[in-house]
Design a protein around this ligand. Structure first.
Ligand code: NAG
Ligand code: NAG
Ligand code: NAG
Ligand code: NAG
Ligand code: NAG
Ligand code: NAG
Length: 342
């Protein structure tokens, strides 16, 4: 009896070929394939397990799929490929919690096979923001996995001490947010902030504000890009909050409040404004992004008024209205006199 059990165990062990872990990287919230292949034969059973907790993820037997509740309908097999020995698992809307080791177990008439997959989840750095409040700038980024790092650098080689302590927080979804602030008073440097994970990084560069004197009739606020406009996107903001314009490639959206003032945007991203009043005096921020970085340029616009011209125009209009009024009255009067004398 005992001999028989040992024999069966040894036989099973010999027949199940176990290979080393294959590594698969998937992007957070996207779909992902965990590969698995076997020698196709009859009486097929497939079991996918999450090794951590020994949870059965998805099974196939008696020629039917059996999903597990713990993955709430996010799993499927390529059913039309199973007969060709493809037992790969498709996992939809991946979460950070899905990370870890998976086992693909297949059994047919000829024998059993097992292979392991190591699944890694990646939520890349998509956007790095730099916001200014008085003389402090704050660099931040969110929705990142694995844990990111943040570094500051300046445009010059000078040894400015960068208070680069970063605050890191993790959300319920296990994604990381990171931020760090810097005092920019008393320098005329540009500051770059880089947020990176082992798989990607993005940089944002904040330039010291400049100021320009613009005319009320027409003014161009520069935003220079040395790159070709393909793959670039712009956001123009006013006084650090109101969005004036949002442009991705050639698709551009001008916000309702600014329709009257925005004339156009040049190839290089400069903003052409018209018909300005003192309400449009303030800080204009250009956020220019490509696949790797964001450049943030601040320009303070002071509007030069031309009071004589305005008063002159008003005067002309008044005279014209008076003239028309006078002529009309004169005609009515004449007609009235004619009517009376008739
Ligand atoms: C299984 O089929 C899917 C869908 O056609 C394919 O993407 C995948 O590469 C196949 N995997 C193997 C191991 O053949
Ligand atoms: C930042 O700069 C201001 C000067 O405007 C200074 O008073 C303040 O102490 C600085 N803060 C830090 C943390 O260095
Ligand atoms: C803008 O005008 C102010 C005075 O109205 C002047 O002091 C300043 O130098 C001008 N700036 C530029 C960049 O022309
Ligand atoms: C940002 O500025 C740097 C330095 O001026 C420049 O080399 C780079 O091309 C700019 N990036 C974008 C997206 O405009
Ligand atoms: C700009 O427009 C794009 C697409 O049109 C949109 O995805 C993005 O959220 C907008 N950005 C802002 C800051 O409104
Ligand atoms: C914009 O900011 C400037 C300077 O900070 C301020 O004088 C102006 O009133 C602001 N304009 C609006 C419309 O908020």
């Amino acid at each position: 009896m005992m001999k028989c059990v040992v024999f069966v165990v040894v036989l099973t062990f010999l027949q199940s070929r176990t290979r080393g872990d294959a590594e698969v990287s998937c992007v957070f919230m996207e779909s992902c394939i965990l590969p698995c292949s076997f020698e196709a034969d009859e009486y097929l059973v497939i079991h996918w397990y999450q090794v951590k907790g020994n949870i059965r993820v998805h099974s196939y037997y008696e020629e039917k799929d059996h999903q597990s509740d713990s993955f709430s309908g996010r799993t499927s097999l390529f059913n039309d490929q199973i007969s060709r020995g493809n037992a790969s698992l498709r996992l939809k809307v991946v979460k950070v919690q899905d990370q870890g080791r998976y086992k693909c177990y297949t059994r047919t008439w000829t024998g059993a096979e097992a292979s392991f997959i190591h699944l890694k989840i990646d939520a890349p750095v998509r956007k790095v923001d730099i916001q200014q409040v008085e003389n402090r700038i704050t660099c931040s980024s969110k929705g990142i996995y694995p844990k990111p790092e943040l570094t500051w650098s300046t445009s010059s080689q000078s040894s400015v001490t960068l208070q680069n302590k970063a605050t890191v927080q993790q959300t319920e979804q296990q994604l990381y947010s990171i931020s760090s602030s810097l005092n920019v008073s008393g320098t005329d440097l540009d500051y770059s902030c880089t947020v990176s994970t082992p798989t990607n990084k993005r940089r944002a560069t904040w330039s010291q504000p400049t100021s320009i004197n613009g005319s009320a009739t027409e003014t161009t606020i520069p935003c220079t890009s040395s790159n070709t406009p393909t793959g670039l996107s712009w956001i123009w903001r006013f006084n650090h909050s109101h969005i004036i314009l949002n442009q991705t490639g050639t698709d551009s959206t001008v916000s309702e409040e600014w329709r009257q003032q925005v004339k156009s945007v040049s190839e290089s991203g400069s903003l052409m404004l018209k018909d300005l009043s003192s309400d449009q005096e303030g800080m204009y921020t250009c956020e220019l992004s490509d696949a790797e970085e964001t450049n943030i340029t601040n320009t303070f616009l002071r509007i030069q008024r031309s009071p004589e011209k305005t008063r002159g125009a008003t005067f002309t209009v008044t005279v014209l209205i008076c003239d028309i009024w006078f002529m009309t009255r004169q005609r009515i009067y004449t007609q009235w006199v004619q009517l009376l004398t008739a």
